[in-house]
Write a protein that binds this ligand. Structure first.
Ligand SMILES: CC(C)(COP(=O)(O)OP(=O)(O)OC[C@H]1O[C@@H](n2cnc3c(N)ncnc32)[C@H](O)[C@@H]1OP(=O)(O)O)[C@@H](O)C(=O)NCCC(=O)NCCS
Length: 150
């Protein structure tokens, strides 16, 4: 399997023309109620506000991260890599670029993650995130909050 650098992977802010593929990628990956997914109009606004980074491979979108700053804390709202591109380092590239950009504005990083999502949890731990012990039990799947350590 080719690693991200051999696919010509590069990360940039999403462009206006990326809106439909971003909307579809989010909706095809996450459950609507569970992940608080943005509408098409909200995706347009998020792109304008530079809240979505995408990873392009051979000119096509291979993955994205939707980030947000709330009360001086940076949150990952969603991160997703297209199935055919997973396991090649693209999620890690997106995450590291997000952290590098955001650390100029905030020093706290948080997210909620489904505790059965081993791939995502491993990725976050490698980037320095640790569980802070908080759980949200109102969801069908148990969801834990994790926060980036120093
Ligand atoms: C989570 C996700 C974004 C990871 O993207 P990816 O491009 O496959 O991840 P990478 O190849 O960059 O892997 C980064 C690290 O994640 C971990 N990881 C990735 N896939 C894994 C798997 N199937 N099992 C265990 N660990 C895995 C590994 O620690 C890996 O590091 P390594 O390559 O040094 O072993 C991707 O699986 C995905 O889109 N999942 C569906 C959406 C989702 O669950 N998003 C997270 C919501 S909180």
């Amino acid at each position: 399997m080719q690693a991200a650098q051999h696919l010509g992977a590069y990360v940039d802010y999403a462009k206006t023309d990326d809106n439909i593929i971003i909307f579809e990628l989010l909706n095809n990956t996450f459950e609507k109620m569970f992940a608080f997914l943005p509408s098409k109009e909200q995706v347009d606004s998020l792109i304008t506000e530079k809240k979505i980074l995408v990873c392009y491979c051979s000119g096509k979108i291979a993955g994205l991260i939707h980030m947000d700053i709330c009360k001086n804390i940076s949150w990952i709202r969603q991160i997703v890599v297209m199935k055919e591109y997973r396991g090649r380092g693209i999620g890690g590239i997106l995450l590291n670029r997000y952290l590098a950009i955001s650390k100029d504005y905030v020093n706290e990083f948080m997210l909620w993650v489904d505790l059965s999502n081993i791939a995502a949890i491993d990725m976050y731990k490698k980037a320095g995130y640790i569980f802070d012990g908080r759980m949200a039990n109102e969801y069908i799947n148990k969801v834990g909050k994790i926060q980036k350590g120093d």
